[in-house]
Design a protein. Structure first.
Length: 470
């Protein structure tokens, strides 16, 4: 399509440029947060021209300022009638960031429409920032002081983005749709999105994912910690007339259950920053009465608690970054087959391991579980290890067995009760006297009588009670 200057001038004069509105959705709840304003040229009654065609023209020919004014004026006026909690995101062109009066212009339009700039986020594309960062910063600061929020648009497609994040007062990062559209298929895209979202969280910025078309993408993004979504899944850009219907639509939060393995872990801490999440996890790790650890694909310790380190006979620091084979070479042959199976994706629980853990410490007995850890796409990224050391209990059991052999044939009735008043041993004489069997008796509770007696509480009160219950 080619348009001459006369045609575009006339279009501006006649006011043929209109804002369309695309919903911005809180992923977790499905709540409508606001809209991004996207320009359209109503070329004829049934022909709408996309911004990719006329924005470059407007930039080249110098009427982008006038165009922006027309779009914003209309968008603000429309939005005035919307619930006041709804926000508007608007786009400015890279070259407008060379215009010292940009903030003043936006302020004037908002004032004339009576629309608060506290409800406005100005989206700036990365490429815009490359040529004159200092000037862009001045304009950005000015917009912020007017109450606008700032978003870095198309993040990841430009260059030197981290510098921009450091240099300019952004509130929001928009993850480019090119990463989102391929994230379900391409591991690289997924990792990039995860890293961008993590970066946003670390810097305290909101992250908005653009171009979400499928429920699967939405779910992945949500579990990666991305707060806000935009895309055809939630709604295409619509003209002002259709806004009432969009606002009236009830939405649910992103449906869960499609893909994600670490749901239960992340759901409670969705609001948390990564560092806080990590601290929470560390507390869970350290407080556990079992040895816990996480091994990467090469079976290196990524993390472990003190309990597990002690079972391996060392400090936590001596394990980190080293392989299981290096740290416990004598135990590795026992663990290895299970670890390999877990790396293949098989969850392995309740393996009883006995071995000579530490020189001179005698035999140890432990119950181990190996749980494969999957990433968002179902790839095994490592193995979570849980080990319950029951050496002491095992030893007690063995002693009890020896004792049992000694007392079994005695005439006297011998019975052993644990601290919870459960029978753990009874000899033949006792069983015969009670006309019962080991199967029935062991693990059952002792009667009231024995309990009271063993507490030494032959008080009047209890004697009275026991005679009552007779
Ligand atoms: P953008 O700012 O990255 O806007 C997002 C674009 O993605 C929009 O294209 C939107 O319609 C499209 N989109 C949204 N959801 C989906 C989806 O699920 N799938 C796919 N395939 N696309 C989706 P649109 O409206 O054609 O705008 C294109 C670009 O034109 C915008 O990209 C923005 O850079 C520019 N633009 C639009 N309006 C304005 C404006 O008023 N001023 C300026 N300076 N630029 C504008
Ligand atoms: Ca945008
Ligand atoms: Ca964008």
């Amino acid at each position: 399509m080619r348009f001459d200057r006369g045609e575009t001038n006339r279009a501006l004069e006649r006011g043929e440029f209109f804002p369309y509105f695309q919903p911005l959705i809180e992923l977790r709840t499905g709540k409508l947060l606001g809209f991004e304003v996207l320009a359209r040229w109503q070329y004829s009654t049934d022909e709408m021209i996309a911004p990719d065609v006329f924005i470059p023209l407007a930039e080249r020919e110098g009427w982008i300022g006038a165009l922006t004014q027309q779009i914003l004026q209309r968008a603000f006026t429309v939005a005035l009638a919307l619930p006041s909690a709804l926000q508007l995101s608007v786009n400015v062109s890279p070259i407008q960031l060379r215009d010292q009066s940009l903030a003043k212009q936006i302020e004037a339009v908002a004032k004339a429409a009576g629309f608060s700039l506290n409800r406005v986020t100005v989206e700036i594309t990365e490429s815009a920032l490359a040529d004159n960062l200092e000037q862009a910063r001045q304009i950005a600061e000015e917009l912020k002081s007017l109450g606008c929020k700032l978003a870095l648009d198309d993040f990841g497609t430009g260059y030197s983005s981290l510098r921009h994040l450091q240099y300019l007062p952004f509130d929001e990062i928009k993850v480019d749709s090119s990463f989102v559209s391929s994230m379900a298929q391409k591991r690289e895209s997924r990792k990039i999105v995860a890293a961008v979202v993590g970066l946003g969280q670390s810097l305290g910025l909101a992250t908005v994912a653009e171009g979400i078309e499928t429920a699967e993408q939405a779910e992945m993004l949500m579990w990666l910690g991305c707060g806000i979504g935009q895309g055809w899944l939630f709604g295409k850009p619509v003209p002002a007339e259709s806004l009432a219907a969009v606002i009236g639509t009830t939405r649910n939060g992103v449906a869960t259950g499609v893909a994600f393995p670490w749901k239960n872990l992340s759901i409670g801490s969705m609001e948390g920053l990564p560092a806080q999440k990590l601290a929470q996890l560390q507390a869970v790790y350290d407080g556990a009465p079992v040895g816990l650890g996480f091994l990467d694909r090469d079976l290196r310790y990524v993390n472990l608690n003190r309990q597990l380190a002690e079972m391996g006979g060392g400090a936590v620091e001596e394990h980190l970054g080293r392989t299981v084979q290096e740290v416990v070479p004598h135990l590795f042959p026992i663990f290895e087959p299970y670890l390999r199976r877990a790396l293949q994706g098989e969850p392995i629980t309740g393996i009883e391991v006995t071995g000579q853990a530490i020189e001179g410490k005698g035999a140890t007995s432990a119950l181990a579980s190996y749980q494969p850890a999957f990433d968002e796409a179902g790839e095994v990224v490592g193995v979570s290890v849980a080990v319950l050391d029951f050496t002491a209990r095992k030893q007690a059991e063995e002693k009890l067995q020896q004792y049992e052999r000694v007392v079994e044939g005695l005439e006297e009735m011998i019975v052993v009760v644990d601290r919870d008043y459960r029978y753990v041993l009874a000899n033949r004489a006792f069983l015969d006297n009670r006309a019962t069997t080991k199967e029935k008796l062991l693990d059952s509770w002792t009667g009231k009588f024995l309990r009271r007696w063993s507490k030494g509480s032959w008080t009047n009160a209890s004697r009275a009670e026991s005679s009552n219950t007779k």
